[in-house]
Design a protein around this ligand. Structure first.
Ligand code: UDP
Length: 438
């Protein structure tokens, strides 16, 4: 039989590129042909794209071959994607949790008023809503797009049109989701005509598997930034589980007040830390305690996150709870302190703290947005790093999730089986549509 040929188109940001590359490799390893299409810039930034048989890379120019700057018009990328893809592009793969996807789905399918009811009460953390198969959610747990006052609300019409596409024609639609079955057991796998298929954790397997940690099986990393490798040597010199890793993904921009609160909290713990502050996050000199920070920790503009999370010295991840970061932390068994900024990060933080019990949440929502005092940050970091009944429970839970992620992702695991079943169906059935919502 002729192997199926997938065209995989990835947005040129890390949150989309990393899982897309893993998926491409997995598809190729199980015998499919994959053409991975992304922008000239994103491809140029990839470190050693791996040559797996069946996987080829190709590029197009989105007009930003030297990278985008804040304020650039990203619609152009999508227009180009549509032009290139049209018929070939059958859909999208999602990098959100199944629970966030369900919330989106419910919003556009009968629960808009229920959700608006809680999101319109900006500082109220006591009112809760109940959506089918989801835990009770407060305002701060719901993706911020649904709060119409929020500056991210512009995402809503785009989400809506994607969900309309999913429902088009009444035929079942498959959404491949970067999650694994046992992580989100309670959530329905089919909502309406949409089938949510867990194929994650889409992280390089050799990082999950401690025994193969030094394996030469290098996976694609798609690093948008290069350099700063010295930090690994610095980590090598630290004791096991003694370092706090701090990173807020590739999009969120921290305000000066937020950075100040974080710096205070980190310094107050007296613990070693590695903090990623991207160049676009503002001048380093804005950091009030720069000298003290430099004594206790390392600040880098970017790092290989998955490599760090699987380093024995890391004891806690202070994170914005982007879905990839959350999943990578779970897959590496690292407890989290969550400081979500916007979008589905709010829901991910809820899952981390209350559903999986693998971390605590530090943020508070105020009129000014998400802020948090240094004292609160210190308290949360100490809770996770300092032992004690709750901290130990959190660490144990995190280790359990790591085992489950490994189990699901390895050959024969649920995600591997789900992907193979999808490929088989894809070959047989000509109505199948697969969507990526990122
Ligand atoms: N990442 C990284 N190095 C860093 C910070 C982030 O490699 O210094 C990667 C991280 O491993 C993850 C992605 O960037 O795969 C960020 O995706 P996520 O969904 O967590 O956040 P987003 O950038 O979409 O807000």
């Amino acid at each position: 039989m002729v192997p199926p040929h997938f065209l995989l188109i990835a947005l040129p940001n890390r949150g989309a590129m990393n899982p897309a590359l893993q998926l491409a490799e997995h598809l190729a390893r199980i015998g499919s042909h994959v053409t991975f299409l992304t922008t000239v810039f994103a491809h140029r930034c990839m470190v050693d794209p791996v040559c797996v048989e069946g996987l080829t890379f190709t590029t197009f120019s989105d007009g930003y071959d030297d990278g985008r700057k804040p304020g650039d018009d990203t619609e152009r990328f999508q227009a180009e994607m549509k032009r290139r893809g049209s018929e070939a592009l059958r859909g999208l793969i999602d990098s959100s949790s199944r629970q966030s996807l369900s919330i989106y789905y419910y919003y556009f399918n009968g629960y808009e008023d229920v959700i608006k009811n809680v999101t319109s009460q900006s500082c109220d953390t006591t009112s809760l809503i109940q959506l089918p198969d989801l835990p009770p959610l407060a305002n701060r747990d719901v993706p911020s797009f649904f709060n119409l006052e929020n500056k991210q609300a512009f995402v809503l019409p785009k989400l809506q049109s994607q969900f309309e596409q999913l429902n088009e024609g009444g035929n079942p639609t498959v959404v491949l989701v970067n999650t694994f079955d046992v992580l989100e057991l309670e959530v329905l796998r089919v909502i309406g005509t949409v089938k949510l298929v867990g194929i994650g954790a889409l992280v390089p397997l050799h990082f999950l598997d401690a025994q193969n940690h030094n394996s030469s099986d290098k996976s694609s990393r798609g690093d948008i930034f290069r350099g700063s490798e010295d930090y690994v040597q610095w980590c090598d010199s630290k004791e096991e589980a003694s370092v706090i890793y701090v990173a807020f993904g590739s999009i969120a921009t921290l305000s000066k007040e937020q950075k100040r609160g974080m710096a205070c909290g980190l310094l107050e713990t007296g613990r070693a830390f590695l903090w990623v502050i991207r160049e676009s996050d503002g001048d380093d000199d804005e950091l009030i305690f720069k000298e003290e920070l430099d004594k206790k920790g390392v600040i880098v503009p970017w790092c290989s996150q998955i490599e760090l999370l699987s380093h024995r010295s890391i004891g806690c991840f202070f994170t914005h709870c982007g879905w990839n970061s959350t999943l990578e932390s779970l897959a590496c068994g690292i407890p989290m302190v969550a400081f979500p900024q916007f979008g589905d990060q709010m829901t991910n933080a809820k899952l981390v703290e209350d559903v999986w019990n693998v971390g605590v949440r530090a943020s508070e929502i105020s009129e000014e947005g998400t802020i948090v005092e240094g004292g609160e940050i210190k308290k949360c970091l100490e809770l996770v790093m300092g032992g004690g009944e709750r901290g130990d429970g959190i660490s144990r839970n995190a280790k359990k999730r790591k085992d489950l992620a490994m189990e699901a992702s390895k050959e024969g695991g649920s995600s591997d089986r789900n992907l193979k079943a999808f490929v088989e169906e894809f070959v047989k059935v000509d109505w199948i549509k697969c969507f990526m919502l990122d």
